[in-house]
Design a protein around this ligand. Sequence first.
Ligand SMILES: [Fe+2]
Length: 239
Amino acid sequence: MSAPEPPGETPAASAARDIARLPPAPAVFQVEVGLLQNFCEILYCPTTREAAVVDPAWEVDRLLREAKTLDVRLSTVLITHTHNDHIEGVAELAAATGAAVVVSPREATAIRRVAPAVGTLVDAVDRRDIAIGDCGVRVLETTGHTAGGVCYLGDGFVVTGDVLFVGGCGRTDFAGGDTAALWRSLQRLAALPEETRVFPGHNYGATATSTIAHELRTNPYLLCQTFEQFRALRERPRR
Ligand SMILES: [Fe+2]
Protein backbone atom coordinates (compact mmCIF):
# COMPACT_ATOMS: atom_id res chain seq x y z
CA MET A 1 0.00 0.00 0.00
CA SER A 2 1.61 3.24 -1.09
CA ALA A 3 1.72 6.31 1.09
CA PRO A 4 -0.46 9.16 -0.20
CA GLU A 5 2.44 11.54 -0.69
CA PRO A 6 5.28 11.18 -3.19
CA PRO A 7 8.63 10.08 -1.76
CA GLY A 8 10.47 12.92 -0.13
CA GLU A 9 7.42 15.11 0.45
CA THR A 10 7.03 16.13 4.07
CA PRO A 11 3.66 15.67 5.80
CA ALA A 12 3.34 19.46 5.97
CA ALA A 13 3.94 19.82 2.23
CA SER A 14 1.45 17.05 1.52
CA ALA A 15 -1.14 18.71 3.78
CA ALA A 16 -0.56 22.04 2.01
CA ARG A 17 -1.25 20.37 -1.33
CA ASP A 18 -4.39 18.71 0.07
CA ILE A 19 -5.97 22.08 0.85
CA ALA A 20 -4.46 24.24 -1.91
CA ARG A 21 -7.05 25.99 -4.07
CA LEU A 22 -10.01 23.98 -2.87
CA PRO A 23 -13.23 24.69 -4.76
CA PRO A 24 -15.86 26.81 -2.97
CA ALA A 25 -17.52 24.75 -0.25
CA PRO A 26 -20.96 23.29 -0.85
CA ALA A 27 -23.53 23.48 1.93
CA VAL A 28 -23.72 20.28 3.99
CA PHE A 29 -26.94 18.63 5.17
CA GLN A 30 -26.41 15.56 7.34
CA VAL A 31 -28.98 12.74 7.49
CA GLU A 32 -28.84 9.70 9.79
CA VAL A 33 -30.30 6.57 8.20
CA GLY A 34 -30.88 2.91 8.98
CA LEU A 35 -30.26 0.77 12.03
CA LEU A 36 -26.44 0.98 11.92
CA GLN A 37 -26.47 4.72 12.57
CA ASN A 38 -25.13 5.52 9.10
CA PHE A 39 -24.73 9.13 8.12
CA CYS A 40 -25.41 10.33 4.60
CA GLU A 41 -24.66 13.90 3.61
CA ILE A 42 -26.34 15.95 0.95
CA LEU A 43 -23.75 18.45 -0.33
CA TYR A 44 -25.23 21.19 -2.46
CA CYS A 45 -24.41 24.36 -4.31
CA PRO A 46 -26.60 27.15 -2.93
CA THR A 47 -26.59 28.92 -6.30
CA THR A 48 -27.21 26.22 -8.90
CA ARG A 49 -28.97 23.78 -6.48
CA GLU A 50 -26.87 20.92 -7.85
CA ALA A 51 -26.22 18.32 -5.16
CA ALA A 52 -24.22 15.22 -4.33
CA VAL A 53 -25.20 12.58 -1.81
CA VAL A 54 -22.62 10.60 0.14
CA ASP A 55 -23.07 6.84 0.66
CA PRO A 56 -26.81 6.54 -0.01
CA ALA A 57 -28.28 3.59 1.88
CA TRP A 58 -31.27 2.26 3.82
CA GLU A 59 -33.67 5.17 3.38
CA VAL A 60 -33.42 6.34 -0.21
CA ASP A 61 -37.02 7.56 -0.16
CA ARG A 62 -36.09 9.85 2.72
CA LEU A 63 -32.93 11.10 0.97
CA LEU A 64 -35.02 11.95 -2.09
CA ARG A 65 -37.54 13.71 0.13
CA GLU A 66 -34.82 15.70 1.90
CA ALA A 67 -33.39 16.72 -1.48
CA LYS A 68 -36.82 17.91 -2.56
CA THR A 69 -37.25 19.87 0.66
CA LEU A 70 -33.83 21.46 0.12
CA ASP A 71 -34.87 22.20 -3.46
CA VAL A 72 -31.74 20.57 -4.90
CA ARG A 73 -31.09 18.18 -7.80
CA LEU A 74 -29.09 15.06 -6.93
CA SER A 75 -26.67 14.65 -9.83
CA THR A 76 -23.79 12.88 -8.10
CA VAL A 77 -23.29 10.02 -5.66
CA LEU A 78 -20.04 10.09 -3.69
CA ILE A 79 -18.92 6.73 -2.30
CA THR A 80 -16.45 6.65 0.58
CA HIS A 81 -16.09 2.86 0.41
CA THR A 82 -18.17 -0.09 -0.68
CA HIS A 83 -19.15 -1.89 2.50
CA ASN A 84 -22.79 -2.76 2.06
CA ASP A 85 -24.12 -0.37 4.69
CA HIS A 86 -22.72 2.54 2.62
CA ILE A 87 -23.88 1.48 -0.85
CA GLU A 88 -27.09 -0.42 -0.23
CA GLY A 89 -29.15 2.41 -1.79
CA VAL A 90 -26.95 3.31 -4.77
CA ALA A 91 -28.97 1.38 -7.36
CA GLU A 92 -32.27 2.82 -6.20
CA LEU A 93 -30.97 6.37 -5.91
CA ALA A 94 -29.18 6.31 -9.26
CA ALA A 95 -32.27 4.89 -10.95
CA ALA A 96 -34.41 7.66 -9.47
CA THR A 97 -32.02 10.50 -10.34
CA GLY A 98 -29.64 9.35 -13.10
CA ALA A 99 -26.78 10.46 -10.86
CA ALA A 100 -23.16 9.65 -11.72
CA VAL A 101 -21.34 7.61 -9.09
CA VAL A 102 -17.90 8.59 -7.84
CA VAL A 103 -15.95 5.64 -6.42
CA SER A 104 -12.35 4.52 -6.10
CA PRO A 105 -11.31 2.44 -9.11
CA ARG A 106 -10.17 -0.15 -6.56
CA GLU A 107 -13.76 -0.64 -5.40
CA ALA A 108 -15.71 0.09 -8.60
CA THR A 109 -16.43 -3.61 -9.12
CA ALA A 110 -18.59 -3.63 -5.99
CA ILE A 111 -20.72 -0.80 -7.41
CA ARG A 112 -21.07 -2.58 -10.75
CA ARG A 113 -22.25 -5.62 -8.81
CA VAL A 114 -24.91 -3.92 -6.69
CA ALA A 115 -25.90 -1.24 -9.20
CA PRO A 116 -25.20 -2.56 -12.73
CA ALA A 117 -27.51 0.00 -14.33
CA VAL A 118 -25.52 3.04 -13.14
CA GLY A 119 -24.69 5.05 -16.23
CA THR A 120 -21.56 6.95 -15.27
CA LEU A 121 -18.82 5.86 -12.91
CA VAL A 122 -16.22 8.50 -12.08
CA ASP A 123 -12.85 7.42 -10.68
CA ALA A 124 -12.24 8.80 -7.20
CA VAL A 125 -8.50 9.23 -7.60
CA ASP A 126 -6.35 11.10 -5.13
CA ARG A 127 -6.81 14.88 -5.15
CA ARG A 128 -9.36 14.88 -7.96
CA ASP A 129 -11.86 17.71 -7.55
CA ILE A 130 -15.50 16.74 -8.00
CA ALA A 131 -17.73 19.62 -9.06
CA ILE A 132 -21.07 20.17 -7.34
CA GLY A 133 -22.57 23.09 -9.25
CA ASP A 134 -20.28 26.08 -8.64
CA CYS A 135 -18.85 24.32 -5.59
CA GLY A 136 -16.93 21.10 -5.15
CA VAL A 137 -15.03 18.65 -3.01
CA ARG A 138 -11.64 17.00 -3.35
CA VAL A 139 -10.95 13.27 -3.14
CA LEU A 140 -8.42 12.27 -0.50
CA GLU A 141 -7.24 8.68 -0.81
CA THR A 142 -7.50 7.24 2.71
CA THR A 143 -7.12 3.49 2.55
CA GLY A 144 -6.79 1.10 5.48
CA HIS A 145 -10.40 0.43 6.48
CA THR A 146 -10.81 -0.79 2.88
CA ALA A 147 -8.47 -1.05 -0.11
CA GLY A 148 -10.05 1.89 -1.95
CA GLY A 149 -11.39 4.08 0.83
CA VAL A 150 -11.55 7.82 0.23
CA CYS A 151 -12.62 10.92 2.11
CA TYR A 152 -14.15 14.00 0.51
CA LEU A 153 -12.58 17.29 1.52
CA GLY A 154 -14.44 20.56 1.18
CA ASP A 155 -13.23 24.00 2.15
CA GLY A 156 -13.75 23.79 5.92
CA PHE A 157 -15.03 20.24 6.27
CA VAL A 158 -14.19 16.62 5.50
CA VAL A 159 -16.50 13.64 5.02
CA THR A 160 -14.58 10.75 6.53
CA GLY A 161 -16.64 7.59 5.92
CA ASP A 162 -15.39 4.78 8.15
CA VAL A 163 -11.82 6.13 8.36
CA LEU A 164 -12.32 8.62 11.20
CA PHE A 165 -15.24 8.62 13.62
CA VAL A 166 -15.96 11.02 16.45
CA GLY A 167 -13.77 9.44 19.12
CA GLY A 168 -12.86 6.43 17.00
CA CYS A 169 -11.69 5.05 13.68
CA GLY A 170 -12.58 2.27 11.26
CA ARG A 171 -11.77 -1.39 11.75
CA THR A 172 -8.97 -3.03 9.80
CA ASP A 173 -9.95 -6.68 10.23
CA PHE A 174 -12.26 -6.89 7.22
CA ALA A 175 -11.14 -7.90 3.71
CA GLY A 176 -8.85 -5.18 2.33
CA GLY A 177 -8.12 -3.78 5.79
CA ASP A 178 -4.58 -2.60 6.48
CA THR A 179 -3.64 -1.12 9.85
CA ALA A 180 -0.50 0.60 8.54
CA ALA A 181 -2.45 2.22 5.71
CA LEU A 182 -5.15 3.38 8.13
CA TRP A 183 -2.49 4.93 10.36
CA ARG A 184 -1.13 6.90 7.38
CA SER A 185 -4.64 7.93 6.38
CA LEU A 186 -5.42 9.18 9.89
CA GLN A 187 -2.14 11.10 9.95
CA ARG A 188 -3.18 12.74 6.70
CA LEU A 189 -6.54 13.79 8.15
CA ALA A 190 -4.86 14.94 11.36
CA ALA A 191 -2.74 17.36 9.31
CA LEU A 192 -5.79 19.20 7.94
CA PRO A 193 -6.53 22.65 9.39
CA GLU A 194 -7.70 22.16 12.96
CA GLU A 195 -10.98 23.99 12.40
CA THR A 196 -11.98 21.49 9.68
CA ARG A 197 -15.38 20.00 10.55
CA VAL A 198 -15.51 16.21 10.52
CA PHE A 199 -18.57 14.42 9.11
CA PRO A 200 -18.12 10.71 9.89
CA GLY A 201 -19.85 7.74 8.26
CA HIS A 202 -21.62 6.62 11.44
CA ASN A 203 -23.11 8.27 14.49
CA TYR A 204 -20.83 6.39 16.90
CA GLY A 205 -19.53 9.30 18.96
CA ALA A 206 -20.76 11.67 21.65
CA THR A 207 -21.70 14.18 18.96
CA ALA A 208 -22.78 13.86 15.33
CA THR A 209 -19.88 15.90 13.99
CA SER A 210 -16.59 17.11 15.37
CA THR A 211 -13.50 19.04 14.32
CA ILE A 212 -9.96 17.93 13.61
CA ALA A 213 -8.89 19.98 16.66
CA HIS A 214 -11.30 18.14 18.95
CA GLU A 215 -10.27 14.74 17.58
CA LEU A 216 -6.59 15.58 18.00
CA ARG A 217 -7.25 16.32 21.67
CA THR A 218 -9.63 13.46 22.49
CA ASN A 219 -9.63 10.62 19.94
CA PRO A 220 -7.53 7.76 21.38
CA TYR A 221 -6.43 6.70 17.90
CA LEU A 222 -5.12 10.18 17.07
CA LEU A 223 -3.47 10.44 20.47
CA CYS A 224 -1.20 7.50 19.65
CA GLN A 225 2.35 8.75 19.33
CA THR A 226 3.69 5.83 17.28
CA PHE A 227 2.41 3.30 14.80
CA GLU A 228 3.13 0.53 17.29
CA GLN A 229 0.84 2.14 19.85
CA PHE A 230 -1.81 2.60 17.18
CA ARG A 231 -1.56 -1.00 16.01
CA ALA A 232 -1.83 -2.33 19.55
CA LEU A 233 -4.98 -0.27 20.11
CA ARG A 234 -6.59 -0.93 16.72
CA GLU A 235 -5.84 -4.66 16.69
CA ARG A 236 -6.63 -5.33 20.36
CA PRO A 237 -8.83 -8.39 20.85
CA ARG A 238 -12.50 -7.50 20.42
CA ARG A 239 -14.87 -8.58 23.15
FE1 LIG B 1 -17.12 0.26 6.49
